[in-house]
Design a protein around this ligand. Structure first.
Ligand code: CTP
Length: 407
């Protein structure tokens, strides 16, 4: 079992990159922000474009990069006022001494400063410069002015600098910047103060040292739900079978392989769990015992003796101090009837049913769900798994708070 923890952010981030040797680190920042679920639009200042190319940022952000204020074609697509309105956060990293001075003075002499003046979104800056430039009275006065205007100042870090000096002025690590920007956005969300445990992906049941039984689950839905829960302010523990997906920012991830390991990992974190969401495709059966050595093909047929694996979802629902329990039902036929039977049999609070099979393949980026509970149903239409997960989490948050209010 392995543990990983990473961190998150807001939905639409306008990332300004200014001129300085640390500009290359902004490339990694774009990647981390996107992994955290944000859309990122990059503006490079002309100085930044001497250190890094717009092409790099275009590839990483998946959007055309803006450089100049006077680019007619770009202004016709998404003008600077639209950019300013689009942003939920303007993040400038690295922020040079020159940029901080211009921002403090309220100048609008390039696209980035103009956009900062035109936006109502919060602004955060991550300064990066030589330590003497950082401690200079002019820079410190600019920082004081910006703080007074509620600009958030992230860092700078202390340490060795590209110029060979030691001191304050290093750009914070991209992971730290993403973490700080993201976690604050989740405070006060619908699920803040709640601990949500989510399982995702397939399990692998070993047959011998080189073979296993598994299934087609990609883990995408469970990971999207974990990210949506984190965005809604929850503390999220994601217990995942083997998948090729990055950990959503701010989510604690526990990697497991078998159903038995998943069972143990889940029960180890049940103490303060408020909501349990079983999105994993847990193997229903596991080989009776794993052969010690590789099985040789010495006979024409091979019998595998399988045993039922523990039902994790039902075991959580049977706890005396139980969380709000949500199951998934992936069905090929009679979706609603099978899902309702599962809801009752496993004593769940809610079940999310979906159709799987040839047409509704597992490894897709979109999905639809039918939510069923005792006395109600609600369909969530076909959409990207990220959007669907947000709707799903919002629904769960309302049910959970209605239940707490009724207690
Ligand atoms: N599940 C679980 N532990 C298992 C098997 C399933 O926690 N050993 C959970 C899944 O995470 C999912 C739900 O149970 O939330 C439904 O899984 P499914 O395998 O379809 O349920 P079964 O009760 O096995 O139903 P079926 O008769 O379709 O096999």
């Amino acid at each position: 079992m392995t543990h990983e923890a990473q961190t998150v952010l807001p939905r639409r981030i306008l990332l300004g990159v200014t001129g300085g040797i640390a500009a290359y680190k902004a490339a990694d920042l774009v990647r981390r922000l996107r992994e955290g679920g944000a859309e990122v639009q990059v503006i490079l200042t002309e100085g930044a474009a001497r250190f890094v190319t717009p092409m790099t940022f275009q590839a990483l952000s998946g959007r055309p990069v803006r450089v100049g204020l006077w680019d007619e074609a770009a202004e016709a697509a998404m003008g600077h006022i639209e950019l300013a309105r689009w942003a939920e956060l303007v993040l400038v990293a690295p922020a040079s001494a020159d940029f901080l001075a211009r921002l403090a003075a309220g100048m609008a002499n390039d696209l980035l400063t103009t956009t900062c003046l035109a936006t109502t979104a919060p602004i955060a800056v991550a300064p990066a410069m030589n330590q003497q430039m950082w401690s200079a009275a002019a820079t410190q006065a600019n920082i004081t002015t910006l703080r007074q205007r509620s600009v958030r100042v992230l860092g700078p870090g202390v340490g060795s600098q590209a110029c060979g000096e030691q001191g304050a002025g290093r750009l914070l690590e991209p992971a730290d910047i993403a973490a700080q920007v993201l976690s604050s956005s989740a405070d006060g969300g619908l699920l803040s103060g709640r601990h949500i445990v989510i399982t995702a992906g397939p399990t692998r049941e070993p047959i011998d040292p080189v073979r296993f039984l598994s299934n087609r689950s990609s883990g995408k839905m469970g990971f999207a739900v974990a990210q949506a829960a984190r965005e809604a302010g929850a503390r999220v523990t994601l217990i995942s079978g083997p998948v090729h997906l990055p950990t959503p920012l701010g989510v604690e991830r526990i990697n497991v392989e078998t159903a038995a390991q998943m069972y143990a990992a889940v029960h180890a974190v049940m103490d303060d769990c408020d909501v349990y969401i079983g999105a994993a495709a847990v193997a229903d059966y596991t080989p009776h015992c794993c052969a010690e050595n590789k099985i040789k093909k010495t006979s024409d047929t091979l019998d595998l003796h399988l045993e039922k694996s523990p039902d994790i979802l039902a075991s959580v629902a049977a706890l005396s101090k139980r969380p709000y329990v949500v199951g998934f039902a992936a069905e090929t036929t009679n979706v609603e009837a099978h899902a309702l039977a599962k809801l009752e049999r496993k004593k769940l609070d809610l079940i999310a049913a979906n159709e799987v099979g040839a047409e509704r393949a597992f490894d897709r980026d979109d999905n639809a769900l039918l939510l069923l509970w005792s006395g109600g149903r609600q369909a969530l239409g076909l959409q990207s798994k990220a959007d669907l997960a947000r709707e799903f989490i919002t629904f769960i948050a309302h049910r959970v708070s209605a239940r707490s209010d009724g207690e």
